[in-house]
Design a protein around this ligand. Structure first.
Ligand code: G6P
Length: 374
């Protein structure tokens, strides 16, 4: 039953729309509400015996490719905040090319939907040789990465068939947020923050259901962008990953050039591209970076940029200077979970662009679901 398309025309479409359920499954049995005097907490059975070692590590290194790399980038800020440990994020092939240093005191976390990606697997062998504690985050029980790591967490998103990863991405972010909560669990000063995130996790599936209602709006937007050559996506902070992942979806399935840009780097090159024709999505939902994003929007607007702004519900008038831009309004959640919400409209946009442009949604040309050769 899991592998038929049901009422959907494509697997990618089905997998986008089943995210409220896949996220629920990812969290099932792992969030503890806490009794009258017990605080809320997270239980990740696969790593609970290794938490002390992880807390003592001198660095946490995430390693992955493609969408899995982007998910790790989305989770990095909350890992840093709740663990107090430096966190780096590595593209597996790049780590291998550099033979970058990995130490016994490192925790290396391998993120892979399939658990079989050759570069990630080879980076795992490298980290094992260097004595790091190796943790796997995969969607595939019994996969090579799940078998060769010391411990790990399955994301339990259910089988993903579309080559472009969608529901695995959001489940990976949620698992990494839960990992941050588990690592930070011994720190009293962050208890209120952790409890707010846990409440946010409980509410997340229903918020994703809300954001999926933008389907028709994203189809209309796709219609507008159908003949474009290029699309830029600006993000920062928690949503730099959203910019990269949104652009990756558009590029891999809709076969349209698209680039995710760190908004803080705008003045160091990307600004030269801005004119009245090039469409630019700016992710400007409410978080600590909001006012900086407002200023980015003003600067893009001053150069007559063709803006599509993603903002928090009710913020349209405060982000859309001069009323000339198009707005995508999304529900607000805890800042570290906002990337889960914000990617959904971009997944829908990429999906509809692909269908309208007449390309193969589930098997984009030249790409494979799992790249098992180097
Ligand atoms: C391929 C797929 C991507 C995926 C990447 C990493 O490129 O087309 O969708 O993100 O591999 O795969 P993994 O299974 O390791 O997450």
């Amino acid at each position: 039953e899991q592998i038929n398309k049901g009422k959907y025309e494509h697997y990618m479409q089905k997998e986008i729309h089943e995210q409220p359920e896949s996220l629920t499954t990812t969290m099932r049995g792992r969030l503890i509400r806490g009794g009258s005097c017990k605080s809320k907490s997270v239980l990740l059975g696969g790593i609970k015996d290794h938490l002390k070692t992880i807390r003592r590590s001198r660095r946490i290194v995430f390693i992955g490719c493609g969408t899995s790399y982007n998910a790790a980038l989305a989770a990095r800020p909350i890992l840093e905040e709740l663990s107090g440990i430096p966190v780096s994020v590595e593209i597996a092939s790049d780590l291998l090319d550099r033979q970058g240093p990995i130490y016994r005191e490192d925790t290396a976390i391998f993120v892979s939907q399939s658990g079989e990606t050759a570069d990630t697997l080879q980076a795992l062998e490298y980290a094992l040789e260097n004595g790091a504690l190796c943790v796997g985050i995969t969607n595939t029980v019994g996969s090579a990465i799940a078998r060769h790591t010391h411990c790990g967490v399955h994301i339990n998103a259910g089988c993903e068939i579309g080559v472009a990863s969608t529901k695995a991405y959001t489940s990976q972010i949620v698992v990494m947020a839960m990992l941050a909560l588990a690592i930070g669990d011994d720190t009293l000063s962050s208890q209120a923050r952790r409890e707010a995130i846990i409440d946010g996790l409980f509410d997340l599936p229903s918020k994703v259901k809300d954001v999926l209602k933008l389907d028709q709006e994203m189809k209309n937007l796709a219609q507008l962008l159908i003949a474009e050559q290029s699309l830029l996506v600006f993000g920062r902070g928690y949503n730099y990953a959203t910019a990269l992942e949104g652009a990756l979806k558009v590029k891999e399935v809709a076969l349209m050039h698209s680039e995710g840009i760190l908004a803080g780097e705008m003045k160091h090159g990307p600004l030269a591209l801005v004119d009245e024709t090039l469409p630019i999505v700016v992710v400007a939902t409410r978080d600590a970076c909001f006012s900086k994003q407002q200023s980015v929007i003003q600067q893009l607007h001053a150069r007559k940029g063709r803006l599509i702004v993603m903002c928090t519900k009710g913020d349209a008038s405060s982000v859309c200077v001069g009323g000339s831009c198009r707005v995508i309004e999304v529900p607000q959640v805890e800042d570290c979970l906002q990337p889960v919400i914000n990617i959904v409209p971009l997944q829908l946009l990429a999906y509809h662009l692909t269908v309208l442009r007449g390309y193969n949604v589930d098997q984009p040309r030249n790409l494979a679901k799992s790249v098992t050769t180097q």
